[in-house]
Design a protein around this ligand. Structure first.
Ligand code: AMP
Length: 510
């Protein structure tokens, strides 16, 4: 099936209900959204000469035109390439080139970086700026019928965030994205047309993926006027009750400390349906702070672009089940396998491990990508006998809850012992003087690697002493896991999806 059929269907069924909103303002009804999607599709095919299977890159901030362009591309049988607009010009050029995109849709904010790519990228023929006169002409074009797509046809080239090297395009098919949406209904929220999704995080990543089940059900897609802080969130919840949004843990932490939200607390957030967090570790101390402010309106997901944000999940009900004897362990886990996948933890020989033993996490199911775009070797290495090798290490408990340790490349091996940075980070965060922390390994002639912690103090003028930090660790984890060095930082380096760049921290160690 073609995912654009959701738009046609909702255009008929929910005609004059809001589909796209900017702040409090409705930007398109479902009928209007459907008309514009069919018009853009026709113009891409008939004016720009694109043919089914061609790639259209989207390099823009979150705005209503983004979804019109994305679904317009699908309606026309094209492949969307959502690019993180906050990337450097060279990184954007790399992705547009790698995807062999023939056309880019951008916005005025990014046009200076993107327009010159027509000269630099061989495949690229046109750059359209939306909104703008050329875009208005597109949306006014006579509509075309939807192009049929098979489940295996590519829909979205999802470029990995590149924390480990050059980004690769995970080829997500219409079926993959359909499964991503279906399992959201099964495991996170059923969603109704009276609900909405707030695009508080980039549409090229989690927010775009979780936007799909909302679009499917006729919920409104809401674009914040600017960044999302406490007052903006409260205003949008008032305008659009039943709102959910995806946020990286770093953003949840920021919002949980926002005075406007702390002041109203869980009772004042009746309009909030669910905050879906994931993409990076959520530390227990931060989660407890967030639950105090938002109430049990949090759901965690663990996934990756290769299996669009669908491996395991921790539901709202799990968060609310405070009386469970292992509630804290569960909150520190990434939940249990999603309905549409099988998940295994295996050793280096691919043999499934018993509960409690850490190994690589493997995933199988219809949500798993077709492969990496134009990279047969990387695809063969990652997809073996139908299983996606995630590169993440975790262990499954007796009840089937998965605890993620770390990316395998972040694992520290010191004196022959495995040390998972996350465990050390969780321990250090118990110190009230620690606002944020990242732990990495430094090559060490004697031990193989030694543990180094980068600490962001809560108060830069009164950072915790090394002795204090040591004591905090020793109260919770084995002595050999304790960092040998502590470095103070003003902030941790993160990418725009909120992931800490450990590679950069290791480089700083020289
Ligand atoms: P990306 O495909 O760029 O979103 O990166 C996916 C990676 O982010 C995963 O392989 C994990 O290492 C990490 N990740 C995703 N979700 C979680 C989570 N809930 N907790 C901890 N790490 C996560």
């Amino acid at each position: 099936m073609n995912l654009a059929s959701w738009i046609l269907r909702n255009g008929r069924r929910f005609g004059d209900r809001p589909a796209l909103a900017h702040g409090r303002d409705v930007r398109a009804t479902w009928a209007g959204f459907a008309e514009q999607v069919a018009a853009v599709a026709a113009a891409l095919r008939q004016v720009h000469g694109l043919v089914p299977g061609d790639r259209v890159a989207l390099v823009m901030s979150n705005r209503p035109e983004y979804l019109i362009a994305q679904f317009g591309a699908w309606h026309a049988g094209l492949v969307a390439v959502p690019v993180n607009a906050r990337l450097h010009r060279e990184e954007i050029a790399y992705i547009v080139d790698d995807a062999g995109a023939r056309l880019v849709v951008t916005d005025a904010e990014h046009a200076d970086d993107v327009a010159p790519l027509v000269h630099d990228v061989a495949s690229l023929e046109a750059v359209l700026i939306a909104p703008g006169p050329a875009w208005e002409a597109l949306t006014a074009h006579a509509p075309m019928p939807m192009t049929e797509r098979a489940g295996d046809d590519p829909a979205w080239l999802f470029y990995t965030s590149g924390t480990t090297g050059r980004p690769k395009g995970a080829t997500l098919t219409h079926r993959n994205l359909l499964m991503c949406a279906m399992s959201y209904f099964a495991d996170i929220d059923a969603i109704g047309p009276d609900q909405g999704v707030l695009h508080a995080a980039p549409l090229s990543h989690g927010s775009g993926l979780y936007g799909l089940p909302h679009v499917a059900r006729g919920a409104v897609s809401v674009f914040p006027r600017d960044g999302v802080d406490g007052p903006e969130l409260l205003d949008l919840l008032d305008a659009w009750p039943g709102l959910s949004f995806f946020a990286a843990p770093i953003m949840v932490k920021r919002l949980a400390a926002d005075p406007a939200l702390v002041a109203v607390g869980p009772e004042g957030l009746g309009g909030l349906a669910t905050i879906i967090y994931g993409g990076a570790p959520m530390y227990l101390t931060d989660l407890e702070a967030a639950l105090a402010v938002f109430g049990p309106r949090l759901a965690q997901i663990y996934g990756q672009g290769e299996t669009p944000m669908t491996i395991t999940g921790l539901s709202r009900a799990d968060h609310a089940d405070v009386a469970h004897p292992r509630w804290r362990e569960r909150m520190a886990s990434v939940g249990f396998p999603r309905t549409d996948v099988e998940v295994r933890v295996v050793d280096d020989d691919g043999v499934e491990l018993p509960p409690g033993e850490p190994g690589e996490i493997l995933v199988r199911g219809d949500v798993v990508m077709a492969g990496y775009w134009n990279r047969p070797e990387a695809s063969a290495e990652t997809l073996r006998e139908g299983w996606l090798h995630t590169g993440d290490i975790g262990s499954m408990d007796e009840d089937g809850f998965l605890t993620l340790r770390d990316r395998s490349k972040d694992l520290i091996i010191s004196g022959g012992m495995n040390i998972y940075p996350r465990e050390v980070e969780e321990a250090l965060l118990h110190h009230p003087g620690v606002a944020a922390v990242a732990v990495v390994g430094r090559p060490d002639a004697e031990w193989g690697e030694s543990v180094v912690a980068f600490v962001v103090p809560a108060d830069a003028d009164a950072p915790p002493s090394h002795a204090d930090l040591d004591e905090t660790c020793l109260a919770r984890i084995a002595r050999f896991k304790r960092p040998r060095e502590y470095h103070l930082l003003d902030a941790l380096p993160t990418n725009s999806y909120g992931k800490v760049l450990k590679r950069e921290l290791r480089t700083r160690l020289g």
